[in-house]
Design a protein around this ligand. Structure first.
Ligand code: PAF
Length: 290
């Protein structure tokens, strides 16, 4: 595996691979890899000849008072895991490389960034869209892969790529969960054992959503109320939002009659976690999370 810190060098290597007819797959990350990241990397191998993974903890997507300074880091471990997952190029730029002095350009996707996580994290998606646009310009991949756990991020990136006519395929990959249902996240590291147990209420509530829709529930308010009740019963968990909405526009739905996104964000102690699922009326029978 090649490790590269400079944009210029990365571009030269990618240009040379492309000239040999190689297809480039890209997985942008903020490091501290978990099973979800490794699945994206292995999946990228299925889509492309050369897999590029970036590690960059992007300061512009963290708001004041958020966890930028304590965001988990372990480059040595990430290197080993990336090699194991068959990554060809690990791109680890510095902040100065990505945002040199005098940097003033940002990408703003409007509307769909004002709801769900955008409500409590103003500026977050501006930072995400900006860094992803920069990384896509730097790597110029044929395909870039993102996890569906960050559903809103995936929707925002797809919209940006379409609106800006960027020549890249965006692939969304299913959330990877621990055996007990907890969605994998670098932030799970912050959870104390009791909090880790309490956090399971999020995936449990999403499973309940599948059951309710499977039994014919079509009323988003009634569904949300039932889910909020079981989350509310968990003392260590403070719900931030639970929204029942259209998976593409992220607008609230009046009735659950087609694929519908159930998205949740909650604080477990001082850790903010998100999770989501898509319920499919008429197709529900197993209660499985998708
Ligand atoms: O999902 C993430 O890890 C980040 O938001 C991303 C896409 C790497 C941009 O910094």
């Amino acid at each position: 595996m090649l490790e590269i810190n400079s944009i210029k060098e990365l571009r030269a290597v990618i240009r040379s691979e492309r000239s040999k007819g190689k297809k480039i797959g890209f997985v942008p990350t903020m490091g501290y890899f978990h099973g979800g990241h490794l699945t994206l990397m292995r999946e990228a191998k299925q889509h492309a000849d050369i897999v590029v993974v970036s590690i960059f903890i992007n300061p512009t997507q963290f708001g004041p008072g958020e966890d930028l300074d304590k965001y988990p880091r372990d480059l040595e471990r990430d290197r080993r895991l990336a090699i194991g997952a068959g990554v060809d190029i690990l791109f680890v730029p510095s902040e100065a490389e990505m945002y040199p002095g005098g940097y003033v350009t940002y990408v703003e996707v409007t509307g769909i960034t004002d709801v769900l996580c955008g409500k409590s994290r103003p500026g977050h998606f501006r930072g995400v869209a900006t860094v992803v646009a920069k990384l896509l310009n730097i790597v110029s991949p044929d395909v870039a892969l993102f996890g569906k756990k960050d559903w809103q991020q995936l929707v925002v990136i797809k919209k940006m790529v379409s609106d800006l006519n960027m020549d890249v395929e965006i692939a969304g990959i299913s959330t990877v969960r621990e055996a007990d249902g907890l969605a994998m996240s670098s932030r799970n590291k912050y959870l104390a054992p009791g909090e880790r147990e309490a956090a399971l209420v999020l995936s449990k509530s999403l499973r309940l959503a599948h059951d309710m829709v499977g039994y014919g529930e079509t009323d988003p308010a009634r569904l949300a109320a039932s889910l909020e009740k079981i989350i509310g019963a968990e003392k260590l968990v403070k719900l931030e939002y639970l929204d029942v909405c259209d998976p593409d526009s992220l607008a609230p739905v009046d009735k659950i009659e087609t694929d519908t996104l159930i998205a949740v964000a909650a604080w477990v102690g001082s850790t903010r976690l998100i999770d989501n699922t898509i319920v499919r009326p008429h197709l529900e029978n197993s209660g499985g999370l998708v």
